[in-house]
Design a protein around this ligand. Sequence first.
Ligand SMILES: O=c1ccn([C@@H]2O[C@H](COP(=O)(O)OP(=O)(O)O[C@H]3O[C@@H](CO)[C@H](O)[C@H]3O)[C@@H](O)[C@H]2O)c(=O)[nH]1
Ligand SMILES: [Mn+2]
Length: 367
Amino acid sequence: MSPPATIVTPSLVHELDIVIPTIRNLDFLEQWRPFFQPYHLIIIQDGDPSVKIRVPDGYDYELHNRNDINRILGPKSSCISFKDGACRCFGFLVSKKKYIFTIDDDCFVAKDPSGHEINALAQHIHNLLTPATPFFFNTLYDPYREGADFVRGYPFSLREGVPTAMSHGLWLNIPDYDAPTQLVKPRERNTRSWPADRYVDAVMTIPKGTLFPMCAMNLAFDRELIGPAMYFGLMGDGHPIGRYDDMWAGWCAKVTCDHLGLGVKTGLPYISHSKASNPFVNLKKEYKGLFWQEDMIPFFQSVTLPKECTTAQECYIELSKLVKEKLGLIDPYFEKLSDAMVTWIDAWNELNPMTDGAAMIDQGSTI
Ligand SMILES: O=c1ccn([C@@H]2O[C@H](COP(=O)(O)OP(=O)(O)O[C@H]3O[C@@H](CO)[C@H](O)[C@H]3O)[C@@H](O)[C@H]2O)c(=O)[nH]1
Ligand SMILES: [Mn+2]
């Protein structure tokens, strides 16, 4: 379902890039053509750079493989993962647009319960252009949606909301499960009809102080507000962990949004996820993350950033110090990750000299 027709959602064709990490031909773009064709694509080709990736005709795109990443970043390319979808964050780095939409190459156009094709991009744009409400939960969900509003008892001093930095979409068909869950529920599908009936027609702001497991399959964000915090970490080749790229970025970005007074939304739009990656391969990649996360989550829940940090870059550098100090005790990996977080910000500032990130947003008047 796209945003209601009465709310005109600008296309943002000149303000938004679509970033796709890939190891395969991009035939999936044929199905997205009605929605994606006007936009510039940034394709990050992972794996062997000598492999030719086929992009359907008629798309305006730039494609970066590992040789390009090494050439553009030089020694800083060490912070960009290889042989893991985490490489997509290079696209966030080189984009020059205000907004990013990132999607996996096994994600297709979904249909809502009435059978209409969902323009996921239009819904993300609507989510990003309307305020978020992290300081007080609205029980009718998104108050800025046609036909909804703030419910009785919602403080008027908070109804202006705050800028939305991230829009986290969901998935029909193959849900984004971790390997153990995938192994015990191999045939589970998230369908829009009975008995699953898991098409939830809602967008909600994730409250301040609450973390969430960010999936990069169907994700949009405001690059100027939160781009510097959207680093997907050291994953894949040469590293002890994989498939925690988007999770890591989501935890860092959420604590940064909370500190800067920015909003994160989850819910609509849905895409249809077509391929279940191999659960045994995934288990090997995720293994350390499955128990490290029992320490990572309390760490992020305990993070407080100094009030002097007023931009995403400043928050992120502070976070990198805390990662080294606190998580470095778990495993030397986190010391390397902390250093890579600093390298990422150096690369960000080098490629984006003009953006000084978001100044701290008014935390919303207390009532
Ligand atoms: O080595 C690789 C592997 C994959 N990619 C690209 O990354 C995305 C996601 O890959 P895939 O769909 O095969 O894996 P999933 O398990 O479904 O993905 C989930 O894991 C998350 C963490 O990576 C991901 O965002 C989730 O959706 C595809 O576009 C692959 O082409 C890669 O670049 N390098
Ligand atoms: Mn997938």
